[in-house]
Ligand binder design. Structure first.
Ligand SMILES: O=C(O)C(O)[C@@H](O)[C@H](O)[C@H](O)COP(=O)(O)O
Length: 230
């Protein structure tokens, strides 16, 4: 059962998530000399990443990567790498080592083996995986009815190339296996619509129906969920 943190506004939730992330990263540096986090893209993480950027941490010992990426140029407005560079990797936090999920391959399928090789070098288990959830219950780029969903749930690889059924751009995503190679899973939920989907996911059922269940219906990795009303 996840631990829940309830807030009225997304801003309050974001500040609290950033503080929790900072504390875990600091503990990881103290214990192992390195800290690692994979963050999601989309809208939800932006205020978290901005708040985290201002935290006093030994950023040179922090590895930052992504939960998923859209297969677009790193300067595209749709690039999650761009989001992370513009928000988190500023000021002192620019000293963190960023590991991209996109390379120069013509498409995500052609680029996957090089991404997998780069990800194999990360310090697994990662300290924190920061997930988001779509209105359809997808997490990372593991979409309900996605062609690659079944493989993404059982693969022993860390990453998978995928084409979303509806959303734009080919994706590179962590697999379920990759997401569960972590010490902490954090999830951000905001608004009544997503809260309803979240409650349905938590109540149990097929992971294929609501892929966020891959994180919620397991007890190997502790999960914390920040729920904001708006
Ligand atoms: O790059 C992405 O699109 C994601 O990582 C994706 O899984 C995201 O977390 C959800 O779609 C929620 O997105 P919002 O936070 O924008 O609602």
């Amino acid at each position: 059962m996840p631990t829940h943190h309830l807030f009225t506004t997304g801003g309050e939730a974001a500040a609290d998530i950033a503080a929790r992330i900072a504390a875990i990263l600091a503990d990881a540096i103290a214990a192992r000399g390195v800290a690692s986090i994979a963050v999601s893209g989309g809208r939800s993480p932006r205020p978290v990443l901005e708040a985290l950027s201002g935290v006093d941490l030994d950023w040179g010992k922090v590895v930052v990567t992504l939960v998923d990426e859209r297969w677009v140029a790193p300067d595209s407005p749709d690039s999650n790498e761009r989001l992370v560079r513009e928000t988190l990797l500023q000021g002192a936090a620019a000293a963190a080592r960023f590991v991209p999920m996109k390379n120069d391959a013509a498409d995500a399928y052609a680029g996957q083996s090089a991404v997998e090789a780069a990800f194999a070098q990360l310090p697994w288990p990662l300290d924190i995986i920061l997930l988001g959830m779509g209105d359809d219950g997808h997490t990372a780029s593991l979409f309900p009815e996605g062609t690659e969903l079944a493989e993404g749930l059982v693969s022993k690889a860390l990453t998978i190339a995928a084409t979303p059924p509806v959303a734009p751009h080919q994706r590179m995503s962590l697999t379920a296996h990759g997401i569960l190679q972590s010490r902490h899973i954090f999830l951000q939920i905001s608004g009544a619509g997503k809260k309803a989907v979240y409650d349905r996911a938590l109540a149990g059922g097929a992971v294929e129906e609501l892929p966020i269940r891959l994180a919620l219906l397991q007890d190997a990795v502790p999960v914390e969920v920040w729920i904001a009303e708006g």
